[in-house]
Design a protein around this ligand. Structure first.
Ligand code: ADP
Ligand code: MG
Length: 242
């Protein structure tokens, strides 16, 4: 409708795709239908220093809650991390011992650590557990028994570390239903593209929802999206004065 078009325009949100869900406006909107987010998540949002959602959060959250594949392009520092963590936590709801249900891939260890920290804050009190695979292969990783691996709901990793873990059957990705490629463009510089088949083959279960977040999108990323995504929606959020 006209309202939604103006709202997006004011916030420099452009969307491409079919049946694109409208943006939400305020965190308090998430308390009621159609979102009806968990009370603990809402409390963590209230406790955070964030007063208003950023444009990418406004538009990406409803799209991901509607289980659509997504390519989201928004400037650095615009809050992309929470734009995907919030809908993932909303979907996973609580801890479940089936194993990893979400996989987040980030280009560097530092970034993976930042994501894990933000996830801890946002998931406080929900009992959702995340595991950060780091570059160094620790003795603790190696001795993890299969039943201990099932303790985690969300896996965060760098590409090379993940590929190693998949090859060594160190992680079980068969229950994954959310895949996030963060800083997707940079992932390609880290040897990700050549290994995607192997990673995707490890998702033996039900369909996996895929989302890519980046400040820029190259033609290679576009091609990857074409190959692996189903009827994706694209969001492009402009810089403040672009
Ligand atoms: P990006 O991934 O787009 O570069 P980040 O997710 O790293 O951005 O977020 C950048 C900073 O903005 C972080 O310090 C984060 O805590 C903060 N932030 C995220 N969402 C909001 C919000 N709605 N309001 C204010 N600050 C936010
Ligand atoms: Mg980021």
């Amino acid at each position: 409708t006209k309202d939604i078009t103006d709202f997006r325009k004011d916030r420099r949100i452009r969307v491409y795709g079919t049946d694109v869900p409208g943006p939400f406006e305020q965190f308090s909107d998430l308390a009621s239908a159609p979102y009806s987010m968990d009370q603990k998540l809402l409390r963590n949002l209230r406790d955070s220093k964030y007063t208003t959602p950023t444009p990418i959060q406004m538009q990406a959250v409803p799209i991901m809650i509607n289980e659509r594949d997504l390519m989201a392009c928004a400037p650095t520092g615009s809050g992309k991390t929470m734009a995907y963590l919030l809908p993932i936590l909303h979907d996973l709801k609580k801890h479940d011992k089936v194993g990893y249900r979400a996989l987040i891939i980030a280009p560097t260890r530092e970034l993976a650590q930042q994501i894990d920290r933000e996830l801890s804050r946002l998931s406080a009190g929900t009992k959702i557990k995340s595991h950060l695979l780091t570059k160094s292969f620790t003795a603790a990783d190696k001795t993890q028994l299969p039943e201990q691996r099932q303790k985690f709901d969300i896996l965060i990793s760098t590409p090379m570390r993940l590929i190693y873990a998949v090859k060594e059957k160190e992680v079980d990705l068969s229950q994954v239903r959310h895949l996030i490629l963060d800083e997707a463009d940079k992932l390609l510089d880290h040897g990700f593209l050549e290994q995607t088949d192997e990673i995707f083959a490890a998702f033996s279960g039900s369909p996996v929802r895929k989302a890519m977040f980046s400040a820029t999108f190259s033609s290679t990323i576009e091609e990857l999206a074409q190959t692996v995504m189903k009827n994706p929606i694209r969001i492009v959020v402009g810089a403040k004065n672009a």
